[in-house]
Design a protein around this ligand. Structure first.
Ligand code: SF4
Ligand code: SF4
Length: 257
């Protein structure tokens, strides 16, 4: 990889709130070669439930343990997923030529880079809104050497799947907030937290190499009526909703009993 890009990585970049119609100068430059895709520069790359299901559906060549790290968040005791860096510090999706193997389905954080997002909940209505912040000069793509182009936030974020992606992120944020308020997860055993992680993220892995269907396995465990549809037919978005709206709440209720 080019080794002269560190001068462009201003990790102390100030974050400025940016509205849909506002514009900024940026381009993701080919010659940058995925500088934002290595542990040294990103440290932790958090993944939403939807990110995880999309990755699992695209990287069927990789075992989940080589793709995703699941940790229990110390504040909330809820599982959180992160990209599992390779031993050399690269993202497992970063190719030798610097391209991303899952580019069209890359995680939300990658999709909005070099912006950051902040999800906020309205305590009285429960509605979630999102603010985007520009981290100017965070990467090479802001500098004149990369020939940045002027674009509005709206144009930068626009893809067919973006609204769906943002809505599923909001759903996860609201669900996490609800669970924290409703359940005392501090009392959970390690086995319970492992089960919770599996119901939230690793459903597909559960049937890999097994004969029993995905829903048979969890439906029996959580006493949810069986579905006729098989896992392979569900989209990552559908799986995300099922995990967040059905399986995790049922699992949390099971902890209480
Ligand atoms: S987003 Fe920035 S750091 Fe990442 S590859 Fe593009 S220009 Fe480089
Ligand atoms: S998923 Fe793609 S864009 Fe995101 S860090 Fe990995 S290689 Fe980079």
């Amino acid at each position: 990889m080019p080794n002269n890009l560190n001068q462009y990585l201003n990790k102390q970049a100030t974050q400025t709130l940016i509205q849909e119609h506002e514009s900024f100068q940026f381009t993701c430059a080919k010659e940058c070669w995925g500088t934002c895709c290595i542990k040294e520069n990103v440290s932790l790359l958090q993944l939403s439930v939807y990110d995880v299901y999309k990755l699992l559906s695209k990287r069927t060549d990789l075992n989940i343990v080589n793709l995703i790290d699941i940790k229990i968040d110390e504040k909330t005791n809820l599982p959180k997923a992160f990209m599992k860096w390779k031993e050399n510090g690269w993202c497992p999706n970063l190719m030798e030529d610097g391209s991303c193997k899952v580019y069209m389905d890359r995680p939300f954080t990658c999709r909005i880079f070099p912006l950051s997002s902040e999800f906020m909940i309205n305590d009285s209505t429960g509605n979630i809104s999102v603010n985007y912040k520009l981290r100017e000069n965070l990467c090479y793509g802001f500098y004149k050497e990369a020939s940045p182009k002027e674009q509005t936030l709206k144009a930068f974020l626009f893809t067919d799947d973006f609204q769906n992606h943002e809505n599923l992120e909001k759903l996860e944020v609201s669900k996490r907030e609800e669970w924290i308020k409703k359940y005392d997860l501090k009392k959970s055993t390690n086995q319970q937290l492992l089960n919770l992680s599996q119901t939230m993220y690793c459903l597909k892995e559960k049937i890999t190499g097994k004969k029993d269907s995905f829903f048979d396995y969890y439906s029996e465990m959580l006493k949810i009526p069986k579905r006729s549809k098989r896992l392979e037919i569900f989209s990552p978005g559908e799986l995300t909703k099922i995990a967040l709206e059905e399986f995790v709440p049922r699992m949390l209720e099971k902890f209480k009993s």
